[in-house]
Design a binder for this molecule. Structure first.
Ligand code: SF4
Length: 168
């Protein structure tokens, strides 16, 4: 399936625990002031590639603990994100995903059903909410501002309310 990406990094240590392949997906409607990746906002920007190619890149990368879907906003291309996340889970990798939407907005039906029915069931941890410059905090591990949350997606979907992920 076609996907637009801004880029990727095969080994990072800052977008979730362990060694992770980070995919920067193209397209973000949130336009948060202070965003560090404004070049990812334009849905027509970046480059077009294929989910099979991304999966191949992940599978050829050694020593990974997981993948992280970042952006842009991965929920902007939920079908493609779901295919990649599913392949990663099949390979035993953990899946983290960043989004500028809050879980409450997602539950309210703001986004296509694909997000809750296909993508989120493949995600272990969702980092939700927009970046808010005035709430920037150096103490927020894996997050930019302290309004953003690390959510345990399995428990969140099971209970129907945002459940925080325990990093311990
Ligand atoms: S959600 Fe993320 S990528 Fe999108 S504008 Fe906000 S900080 Fe930037």
């Amino acid at each position: 399936m076609k996907i637009r990406i801004a880029g990727y990094k095969k080994h990072t240590l800052v977008n979730g625990p362990g060694v992770r392949f980070v995919l920067f997906m193209q397209g973000c409607p949130h336009h948060c002031p202070g965003c560090q990746n404004p070049e990812t906002w334009d849905p027509a920007g970046g480059q077009e590639t294929d989910t099979e190619e991304i999966i191949r890149l992940i599978r050829e990368t050694r020593f990974l603990d997981g993948i992280t879907l970042s952006g842009g906003d991965p929920l902007y291309q939920p079908e493609a994100a779901a295919l990649i996340a599913k392949a990663a889970k099949e390979d035993g990798l953990s899946v983290w995903c960043y989004t500028g939407w809050t879980m409450e907005q997602i539950f309210a039906g703001t986004l296509p059903a694909t997000v809750t029915e296909e993508l989120l069931p493949q995600v272990d941890v969702l980092v939700d909410g927009p970046f808010i410059q005035s709430r920037l905090s150096q103490e927020c591990i894996y997050r930019g501002s302290d309004n953003q949350r690390l959510l345990d997606v399995r428990e969140t979907l099971r209970t129907g309310k945002a459940v925080l992920y325990n990093l311990e």
